[in-house]
Design a protein around this ligand. Structure first.
Ligand SMILES: *Cc1c(COP(=O)(O)O)cnc(C)c1O
Length: 453
């Protein structure tokens, strides 16, 4: 029965377990609907063999698809956490394949034939790129912050400005991480104004650290005052208290030439005197998810020796992808081309517009019934808590369909294969071409042309 419903030849490739589970789910649901004390009895036709088999086939089809699927990002948010933040550079994908398809020297020194560490592949590169004395990598930046606080401030106090007690989407709340680390948060200043005296007055015998946190996803504008890293470092030095900066995004190149200001590079932060700096691997760096800790060798060594380090360590896929991504930055100019996140952020609007025109031509010539589209000027966002106020000029394709409302069209695109995530504004579906790559244009055009209502 099922085989006759799963019409294509793939039916025989359906694992027994999948078929059993799907059948069980459908029959359970049918039973539930019959036994439900409230509501009408289900239509008899929905309980016929053929109808149930059809349901099972649908379930099977869903279960046979990968849960993790490709998405075309037409939102214009470059570092979108919900869809995986940064796409990896080609070299990183190749490195993962080469290192992880078989064995690799993850913790083995091929020269001497002795045991090595996974950090050895990354530390020299990070030190060269940031000017740090030491560096190490953990699972993500939240883990990096936790580990640094736990190592250097457990049972002691950490001074933070009230204006920097951030929450990042996905439940990273600095006060919570601080609490979990065993450190005590000492808040100074007010939400909009913190002065250097506030820090000075808060320092006591139990102060372990002064911490500066990048505000990431918001800006306080207007009547506000913040203390510079240099001032904090000067106070820290006087009192022998280390200063840690959580950069969040932590770019490795200056983005100002692309018109994007407001993000420090990790090197700037270390040059400014921070003892340790933490940042993410998959925000402006454009690599895999990771938490990078760079700074003076004595503090990095202390962090390295903490037992929690073992629990937060990165896997070989991360080491491979991150090493390859970092190597791209050895030539910063070529990194702007080869690291997709950087390329998308710095691509001139005129070039985005050409891609939008190409998509429009393809859609127009496909003769798709009911579909109309036009180019429109818009702004893209960096996302990922980076450059929160930056408005990056972009070009979108506004798509409408005579038979569909904007939410319905959005839903249809979301359900396509690959899925397409547009942005909906003023009841119009917008495809922001800044985050759509050249080789996705044809696929995207095909998806829109095949909308059939
Ligand atoms: C994003 C961010 C984090 C969390 O980093 P993950 O890599 O997502 O764990 C921590 N601090 C700041 C300032 C951030 O912007």
């Amino acid at each position: 029965m099922i085989e006759s419903i799963c019409s294509d030849e793939s039916a025989e490739n359906v694992p027994r377990l999948v078929l059993l589970e799907a059948t069980r789910r459908v029959l359970d649901e049918a039973r539930r609907s019959i036994l439900s004390p409230s509501g009408p009895l289900p239509e008899a036709s929905t309980l016929e063999h053929s109808a149930l088999a059809m349901e099972v086939a649908r379930e099977v089809e869903g279960a046979m698809k990968m849960g993790l699927r490709k998405v075309i990002n037409a939102t214009g948010v470059v570092l979108h956490t919900n869809i995986g933040r940064s796409p990896l550079p080609r070299s990183a994908l190749d490195a993962v394949e080469s290192a992880c398809g078989g064995y690799c020297n993850l913790e083995y020194r091929l020269d001497d034939g002795v045991r090595g560490t996974r950090q050895e592949h990354l530390e020299p590169l990070l030190c060269a790129l940031t000017g740090a004395g030491g560096a190490m990598v953990v699972n993500n930046n939240a883990a990096a912050v936790l580990l640094v606080l736990r190592t250097l401030a457990r049972g002691r106090e950490v001074i933070v400005s009230r204006g920097q007690l951030i929450e990042i989407g996905g439940s990273f709340r600095l006060p919570d991480i601080m609490h979990e680390s065993g450190a005590t948060l000492v808040e100074v200043g007010t939400t909009n104004r913190t002065r250097i005296e506030d820090y000075r007055n808060a320092i006591g015998p139990n102060t372990a650290l002064i911490m500066k946190i990048h505000q990431s996803n918001f800006r306080i504008v207007g009547y506000s005052e913040d203390v510079s890293l240099r001032e904090l470092v000067a106070v820290g030095k006087q009192q022998f208290i280390p200063v840690v900066e959580d950069l969040g995004s932590g770019s490795l190149v200056d983005l100002a030439p692309s018109g994007l200001t407001g993000e420090h590079t990790a090197r700037q932060s270390l040059d400014g005197g921070a003892d340790l700096v933490t940042f993410s691997g998959d925000k402006l760096l454009g690599g895999p998810q990771a938490g990078l800790i760079v700074g003076s060798i004595e503090y990095v060594d202390a962090v390295r020796k903490h037992p929690l380090t073992r629990a937060l360590r990165v896997g070989k896929m991360t080491v491979a992808a991150l090493e390859a991504t970092l190597r791209e930055y050895l030539d910063p100019e070529s990194a702007r081309e080869s690291v997709p996140a950087l390329k998308m952020l710095s691509e001139p609007e005129s070039s985005v517009r050409r891609r939008a025109r190409r998509l429009k031509r393809r859609i127009d010539s496909s003769g798709a019934a009911g579909v109309t589209c036009r180019l429109t000027d818009e702004v893209s966002r960096a996302g990922g808590g980076s450059l929160p106020t930056a408005e990056i000029p972009t070009c979108c394709l506004a798509v409408t369909h005579s038979g569909l409302s904007a939410p319905d069209l959005e839903k249809l695109l979301r359900g396509s294969d690959p899925a397409v995530l547009p942005r909906v504004k003023d009841d119009t579906v917008l495809l922001d071409m800044r985050t759509v790559s050249d080789d996705e244009v044809a696929v995207l055009a095909g998806i829109i042309a095949s909308i059939d209502q």
